[in-house]
Write a new protein. Sequence first.
Length: 169
Amino acid sequence: MGVEIFKVGFGYDVHRLVEGETLILGGVTVPYERGLLGYSDGDVLAHAIIDAILGALGKGDIGRYFPDSDPVYRGADSLMLLKRIVNLARDEGFTVNNLDATVVAEKPKLMQHVDEIREKLSSALGVAVHLVNVKATTTETLGFCGREEGIAAYAVVSLVPAAQEGARA
Ligand SMILES: [Zn+2]
């Protein structure tokens, strides 16, 4: 491989856990007594990934593209928003190469949902599932995640020129 343009981006997001909401992480509905509050569906993981892709592209953050002042994004499916950002990256000549993400939640236990979340994200990002890594951790009951007040997500993505897509298969 010669010298190629390679971009890396990082994203971080937090949403408050409240009663009366559905918990959606990476496009997957996770059975739990509470869910994440947000103007959209509150999918903290999808939002962190969106910010990571925008970061890699040098294009600001999620609020620039999907402002919460716009009623069209009320209750929005964040996985659809993620797909739009993946298309934006394609328009810029880049495709997602791989994703690594960590969800920080004291409860519920997410390990049994990780594979389904990876499948959903793989489809939304247009990359093979083995290039989509999702980890779940707790903060050992410390801090806002530990007190179950909210869930946080961190994401790192790498982007490569879209022309390489076929060559990587
Ligand atoms: Zn968010």
